[in-house]
Design a protein around this ligand. Sequence first.
Ligand SMILES: N[C@@H](CCC(=O)N[C@@H](CS)C(=O)NCC(=O)O)C(=O)O
Length: 233
Amino acid sequence: MLKLYQFERTWGIPNLSPFCCKVETYLRMAGIDYEIKPALPLRAPKGKLPYIEDNGWKLADSRFIVTYLKSTYSNLDQALNEMQLGASVAIQRMLEEHLFWVALYSRWQYTDENWQANKQAIFGKLPPIIRDLAASHTRKKIQQQILGHGIGRHQTDEIFALGKQDIDALAASLGDKPYFLNDQPTTLDASAFGMLINIIACPIESPLKEYSLSKNNLVQYVERIKRKYYSDC
Ligand SMILES: N[C@@H](CCC(=O)N[C@@H](CS)C(=O)NCC(=O)O)C(=O)O
């Protein structure tokens, strides 16, 4: 059976990583059998989670994993036309390559309370000395990444203003539809759910969360998908 390597469940959501949550949601939406292998990124093929193991080989990165799932098991995007497929890729890039960095900043840099909650969720099960070393090493690395990406060069209010623009775009694009592109879920919904539940339903307080919670259609969308696909979590 396909193995999904991802962070352990915590915070009452499917996964604290939007990318792990995206892959698991795709698997559930497509009805593909899998088993979860709790992991940390250290031994992952590309140093990041998620990755999968299937038919004797390992595959990393949610985008390549979904491409593989589509061609090997089930394609959730089969009914989409060229324009919808284009919109799907564009919005996924906004979620995963832009909004993600604002969420990352909220967790690893914005306030000490958020960092403590994040640290406990990721490193809490490690023995104390290793936990503190691993946590502070990883925090430095992620803060360098935030700077390297460019988002970390802005003022805090500017960073959240950029994130709020993405939330506005998502709320407008979803409107009152059940899913973003179709009356059935597609890859974009797996990606959007993974990111939005990680902003709306985590103990990470920020202007981004507050603003997202003011968008009723996004809040209901997250609740609906969680109820339908994660009654066990
Ligand atoms: N592009 C990758 C991103 C994966 C990613 O950034 N994973 C994060 C967790 S949200 C990670 O494992 N980070 C570990 C690290 O950077 O050390 C994907 O789509 O899977």
